[in-house]
Design a protein around this ligand. Structure first.
Ligand code: SF4
Length: 221
């Protein structure tokens, strides 16, 4: 007997929310952006701020997602999660959004392969530092599939995370791409991370989550 859930996942995506806000992260920060948040994630970062996307959600056909995004009439679109690549139709959604003329970015944990992502999409690889609890999930072969327009993000909880990230940045020559260091919200003071960054001499950027500065930790913002 066919499984109903797998039937839907063959043609549809499970969506937690679609909303319009300001992009709070990456080099697109500040642009009005439509966010498509896919449901589900195989990781469990201890500081995750989108745990509400782990379960639930609503099945939507890809046409319906593209139509809903189109109604919001916004150039920038960010596909996020959860871990969007955990759903097999995500790749098709990304291509359809590019075809519709949007400037599309993908926020991904870096734990799942990005090699089949449409090359028009800006990939933001959110590599996991030790305090996340998920450092073993980093799929380093993804670096072979990054383009110059892609970006690498590290969320930093403490000095151990910072030193680990600095080591990875140097040993893997990660400044071939834009590298963003972001403090864990309400855990590591941004000024402390700024001082470490400046002392290190690394050619990387500090990133604050603009949406949290504006609206705090509210879902759908
Ligand atoms: S990968 Fe992202 S969505 Fe998944 S647990 Fe980590 S922070 Fe949360």
């Amino acid at each position: 007997m066919p499984n109903k859930t797998s039937d839907r996942s063959a043609t549809a995506l499970k969506i937690t929310e679609i909303f319009r806000s300001l992009q709070g992260e990456s080099d697109s920060v500040g642009w009005p952006t439509v966010f498509v948040r896919l449901t589900g994630c195989p990781l469990r970062c201890v500081w995750c701020d989108t745990a509400y996307a782990f379960q639930g959600g609503e099945w939507m056909e890809i046409d319906a997602v593209v139509d809903r995004v189109g109604e919001l009439d916004t150039r920038h679109v960010c596909v996020t999660g959860g871990e969007p690549l955990a759903q097999k139709r995500c790749l098709e959604l990304l291509t359809r959004l590019c075809d519709a003329g949007h400037r599309v970015s993908l926020e991904t944990s870096g734990a799942l392969p990005v090699d089949r992502v449409d090359t028009r999409v800006v990939k933001v690889l959110d590599l996991k530092a030790p305090a996340s609890g998920e450092v073993a999930r980093n799929l380093w072969s993804n670096l072979d599939h990054l383009q110059p327009h892609d970006q690498i993000k590290f969320v930093i909880s403490d000095r151990v995370d910072f030193d680990w990230a600095a080591g990875q940045i140097r040993s893997r020559n990660l400044t071939r791409w834009d590298v963003l260091l972001s403090p864990v919200w309400e855990t590591l003071p941004p000024a402390t991370l700024s001082e470490w960054l400046l002392e290190s001499g690394l050619d990387v950027r500090l990133q604050l989550q603009l949406h949290k500065v504006l609206w705090g930790d509210q879902p759908g913002k």
